[in-house]
Design a binder for this molecule. Structure first.
Ligand SMILES: Nc1ncnc2c1ncn2[C@@H]1O[C@H](COP(=O)(O)OP(=O)(O)OP(=O)(O)O)[C@@H](O)[C@H]1O
Ligand SMILES: [Mg+2]
Length: 311
């Protein structure tokens, strides 16, 4: 049973900042051990706030969070030592070298020195040749990689990446995806936020969409992709209908409010779209149409419509 237990369990978490702003509203979320979870949402949705609460940087106004069974408030040290955080904001303009920053970071979580591990981390991030450089002398993309190295220094079970690929070039982005996959293979659970839909498509096992402090969708990526992969065929009717005729009730049809068009939803990945039999059956039912047009929804469309719809 143990492996079925969520590695992070967020229960009814709300956050109201001192300004009175309600940044999170009753968020419930379980993260499964070993998954890659992508949190999507527009600017200001509450992604960083949620991550900061799990990492103990921001206090929740109410609700509880467990990390591997440890309450993040009452058992802060135990919980925090299991977590690695790559923050969204770069605050790394220090005179320290990459190497000493990493060693210090590992020590901070009570882990004994392990230079072999740190070397591996730096090599994986193509930072080994910069190990003695002062962090302030590195480029933006390199600083971001240092933040990742720092988060991995104490071998966390759970890794939070807040906008990990913002401002990094395409090649590095792909390298980072590779690294994230490798970490997952080694058993690390990964929670990332991103503005790049393709990043979520590429990486995530599950996707959560957050809008104005509310988690509005949590779905397996494949399920979501199936929904994205759907197409609609709108059939403009000669004469309006009152309802969907009995003889067509087994089909994925909806009737527009004015009764003037039928919308048929089908799966673009399927071998057979079912359009030919649909048209044949319309004919059998004596339903004439004057026009047909099809449209496709992308992940982007779904995402945009989800976050735009009024609450
Ligand atoms: N310390 C704070 N005091 C008051 N309001 C805050 C504070 N920190 C964040 N907020 C507000 O809470 C909301 C959520 O912010 P948050 O940083 O969690 O968003 P986000 O989803 O990470 O956005 P982005 O995609 O831009 O990173 C925003 O409206 C923000 O202005
Ligand atoms: Mg943020």
């Amino acid at each position: 049973m143990a492996e079925r237990e969520p590695v992070v369990s967020i229960r009814d978490v709300s956050k109201t900042y001192a300004t009175g702003f309600e940044a999170l509203k009753h968020v419930d979320l379980d993260i499964h051990r070993g998954e890659i979870f992508a949190l999507l949402g527009p600017n200001g949705a509450g992604k960083t706030t949620l991550i900061s609460i799990v990492c103990g940087i921001v206090n929740a106004s109410s609700g509880t969070v467990l990390a591997a069974g440890h309450d993040i408030v009452r058992e802060f040290r135990a919980a925090r030592s299991l977590i690695g955080l790559v923050p969204q904001e770069l605050s790394t303009d220090t005179f320290e070298s990459v190497w000493s920053t990493l060693r210090f970071s590992r020590g901070l979580f009570g882990k004994p020195p392990d230079d072999k591990h740190l070397e591996r981390v730096l090599r994986d991030l193509s930072l080994w040749d910069k190990k003695d450089a002062k962090i302030m002398t590195l480029s933006g993309g390199m600083k971001r990689r240092v933040l990742i190295a720092k988060a991995l220094a104490h071998e966390p079970q759970i890794l939070f990446l807040d906008e990990p690929t913002a401002g990094v070039d395409v090649e590095l982005r792909h390298d980072m995806w590779e690294m994230v996959r490798r970490l997952r293979e080694q058993g690390t659970t990964i929670i990332l936020t991103t503005h790049y839909i393709e990043e979520a498509e590429e990486m995530a096992d599950r996707i959560g969409v957050i809008r104005r402090g509310e988690l509005i969708v949590v779905e397996d990526k494949r399920t979501l992709m199936r929904k994205l992969g759907s197409k609609q065929l709108a059939i403009q009717l000669q004469a309006p209908l009152d309802g969907i005729p009995q003889g067509l009730s087994d089909l994925p049809l909806t009737l527009s409010e004015d009764g003037h068009s039928l919308v048929y939803t089908f799966d673009t990945q399927a071998d057979d779209t079912g359009i030919a039999p649909l048209l044949r059956r319309l004919h059998e039912q004596g339903i004439d149409f004057k026009d047909l047009h099809s449209s496709e929804t992308s992940l982007e469309d779904i995402f945009v419509s989800l976050v735009r719809t009024p609450a």
